[in-house]
Design a protein around this ligand. Sequence first.
Ligand code: ZN
Length: 183
Amino acid sequence: MIRKIVFYPAPVLRQVGARVETIDDRVRQLAADMIETMYDANGVGLAAPQVGESLQLAVVDVSHDEECVSYLRVNGEEKRLAEICPIVFINPRLELLGPKESENEGCLSFPELRGEILRPSEVKATLGTLDGGSVVIETDGLFARAIQHEVDHLFGRLFIDRMSSARKHAIRGRLKEMQDHYG
Ligand code: ZN
C-alpha cells in the first residue's frame, strides 16, 4: 500500500525515531509499504518518519545505476547493488569515512527543493535487518550519501540543516511557502 508522504514542517520529521525492538507483522508491512511508496515517488530512499511513523526504519534503492558507487562490500564480500537493493534497515550505526564531498540532493519531504550538501564520501554502516540480524555495508558514492540522508531522518535531522548559510538564505522563501502550505 502506498503511504502518504509527509512534508516539511510536519513535527514528526523533527522527532528522534524510536528504536525498532520488535519485528512484527506491522513493522514488516510498514517496510513493504515504504518500498512501494519510495518507487511510486521516484525516490532512492525513504525513512519511516516521512510516512508519519517515528521509528528507526528506512529503505534505500540506488540500483538504477551500478556505477553510482565505486565499491560495495556486504559483510566484507564484494557485491553488486542489484544483489542487495532495495535494502530495509533498522537501528543503524554509521562510521563516516573519507573526505567530505558536495553533491546535489533532494528529499521527498521537500518537493521542488534541492541543494548542494557536503557529506563524508564513504560509510561503514551496521544496519539491523528484518530477520533480526544485522549487516555491515561499506560503500561510497550515491549509496553512502543516501544511507546518511536516511539515517539523518531517523534522528530528526533534515538536509536543509546541512545546507550552506548562503543556500539556506536563498531558499528561505520556499521554506516559508511550505510552512504556510503544509504547516
Ligand atoms: Zn529526505
